[in-house]
Design a binder for this molecule. Structure first.
Ligand code: ADP
Ligand code: MG
Length: 579
């Protein structure tokens, strides 16, 4: 701790040092002026300086103007340099709020971020960091406060953002991160806003695919997704089944049913794959427990799996029908013909190919209204893309040459891949950048369980905590991570002979939970592995010059969505009247 005495000595030292530097500067400038005009150069000594201060003309007899000009210029330059140096030192090394200084988050500042990008992206390998444009420097997080310097994470990081509704999740994170994606982009959402904002610009860099079984964006279906193809391996079939079974799994329910339903679905998906059958067939098999065709196929190709599935369903009829019922509930999204069409082979429409997608600059939008059975389909398709991306990364020496971004807005509602927390760090190392956006920590706990959410939270190397955190425990946890600092507090005590004021140093949290809850809208906290907690100013797309193209394209697309909604409504009304 610095005492008042120490402070006085330090101030004295700085003043003396400054005076000596200015005197030396004045001499050097004057000497240069004298030399240029051919005057004799007085030696640098304290005496010369003293004489310069008392009678300039005796020191520089023949070059009074030139030496004076030289001295002034030299001192002005010194002062400017000093001010500039102090300002940048303040900017880099000081933060009045005691949160991270710019120096502490330097890895995320433009030059360093650009350097990381040149390492991670094949197309930037030959570039010098200073020639990398802003949009290619990584994942935009916001501006460091108070310095205002842009911070970007890398495409090797994994991200989780938690913010209340209307806090800027879509405008400041999902849309900018998606719009600047360097390679393939996977985007989930329960609203059409992120789709409308980015579909036109993403359409200019690659193909765009929309998977929208519930008509969130009201668009005509122009692809189909081959779910059965995911059952090419037993593991793939198990993963596919797990996304559906996730619908019927809860902490209260007896795990027997979901496990048995999962085994049954795995067997049926494998049988469908061997047979070249479609999901429609799987639905038919599910409807009739007496149907022996799938088991026959399995016995032919995979007797061990066949036996396992056989014995788990060849039980008391009541139990068997319970298992089938559970499996049907898990797959209930697909009893709707309109939904089934999205995953049924269709000659007149393109098949979405996850493998080609992984190394392209294409975009896949997975839209679904809040929760519900169709979110299983979103999870299944997203997972297929992750698997294809991971495998493509392995084929390219470990990482995708151009990172694939996966912006999972509203992930807890609509993209509930059960083992996403386990996949998290793995994805980052393969060149897939997951960015999960949640409304609260609890929402993540509801989707992935306490253990799952904890592990995703700790696997995320960049965490953004926005405004409106009402969860007291979570706010407390973040508060303790902001660390403590010392603040000077005064106290006043009254006594008979008047009052007295005393000062004391107190240890306090940098931000207490109430301050975290009441953060200013448009700001957020950034927790980055290996760095103290920083405060950032968010950068919504509508305030960005670089993203000026989004406004008009978003309005146009939203108008088109409205038009399609009206058209669909008119059609329904006409059909109703014709009945
Ligand atoms: N084009 C725009 N111009 C100004 N403000 C906007 C614009 N679009 C959205 N906003 C505002 O930005 C805030 C954050 O919106 P959004 O990012 O969609 O929230 P959420 O966190 O729920 O995704 C909202 O208050 C919204 O009204
Ligand atoms: Mg949103």
């Amino acid at each position: 701790m610095m005492t008042d005495n120490d402070r006085a000595w330090a101030a004295g030292g700085i003043l003396a040092g400054g005076a000596v530097t200015l005197a030396a500067g004045a001499w050097a400038g004057a000497a240069a002026g004298a030399f240029v005009t051919g005057d004799e150069v007085a030696p640098a000594s304290p005496l010369t300086i003293y004489q310069m201060a008392t009678d300039w003309s005796t020191v520089w007899p023949h070059s009074q103007t030139a030496s004076m000009a030289g001295a002034t210029i030299a001192d002005l330059a010194l002062v400017t340099l000093l001010v500039w140096g102090l300002r940048s030192a303040f900017r880099w090394f000081r933060n009045p709020s005691s949160l991270a200084t710019l120096h502490q988050v330097r890895e995320l500042t433009p030059k360093q971020a650009a350097r990381t990008a040149t390492r991670l992206r094949a197309s930037l390998k030959e570039r010098k960091p200073k020639d990398v444009p802003a949009c290619d420097r990584g994942v935009l997080l916001g501006d460091h406060l108070p310095s205002g310097v842009e911070l970007r994470g890398s495409d090797e990081d994994t991200y989780v953002a938690i913010m209340a509704p209307r806090a800027g999740k879509s405008t400041s994170l999902a849309i900018p991160v998606a719009d600047e994606a360097p390679g393939a982009l996977l985007m989930t959402s329960n609203k059409a806003d992120t789709y409308a904002a980015t579909v036109a610009s993403r359409g200019r860099v690659g193909q765009t695919f929309l998977f929208d079984t519930q008509g969130v964006a009201q668009a005509e279906r122009d692809v189909w997704v081959d779910l059965v193809a995911q059952a090419e391996t037993l593991e793939g079939a198990e993963r596919l089944a797990s996304h559906f079974v996730n619908q019927i799994t809860s902490e209260q329910a007896d795990p027997f049913w979901s496990q048995a339903a999962g085994d049954l679905l795995t067997g049926l998906f494998r049988a469908a794959w061997w047979e070249g059958a479609t999901v429609r067939e799987v639905m038919r098999w599910l409807a009739d427990p007496k149907e022996k065709a799938p088991l026959r196929v399995l016995y032919e190709h995979e007797p061990v799996l066949a036996e396992q599935v056989d014995s788990s369903i060849n039980i008391a009829e009541e139990t068997q029908s319970g298992i089938y019922q559970n499996a049907r509930t898990a797959m209930s999204a697909l009893r709707d013909e309109k939904v089934l069409a999205w995953v049924t082979p269709d000659k007149s429409r393109a098949r979405f190919d996850p493998e080609a997608f992984a190394t392209s600059k294409d975009t896949l939008y997975l839209l679904s209204k809040k929760g519900g059975p169709s979110s299983a389909l979103v999870a299944a398709v997203a997972d297929a893309v992750f698997t294809a991306g991971t495998e493509a990364g392995e084929r390219h020496g470990g990482r995708l040459p151009e990172p694939m971004r996966a912006v999972l807005d509203e992930a807890a509602n609509i993209c509930k891949i059960a083992d996403l927390p386990d996949l998290y760090s793995h994805l980052g190392s393969r060149g897939i950048t997951p960015f999960v956006i949640l409304q609260s920590y609890r929402q993540g706990v509801r989707a992935w369980g306490e253990v799952g959410m904890d592990s995703m939270w700790s696997a995320a190397t960049k965490k953004v905590i926005g405004v409106g955190i009402d969860d007291a425990k979570f706010a407390q946890d973040i508060s303790s991570l902001t660390g403590a600092h010392y603040v000077e507090r005064g106290s006043y005590s009254k006594s008979k002979d008047g009052g007295s004021r005393s000062w004391s140093e107190q240890r306090e949290q940098v931000l207490d939970p109430a301050e975290i809850r009441a953060m200013r809208k448009g700001t957020a906290l950034l927790m980055s592995t290996g760095m103290p907690v920083a405060q950032i100013g968010l950068r919504p797309w509508y305030a960005e010059k670089r993203m000026a193209h989004i406004g008009p394209q978003m309005r146009a697309e939203e108008a088109a969505i409205t038009k399609r909604a009206v058209g669909a409504y008119e059609l329904r009304k006409a059909a109703r009247n014709a009945r």
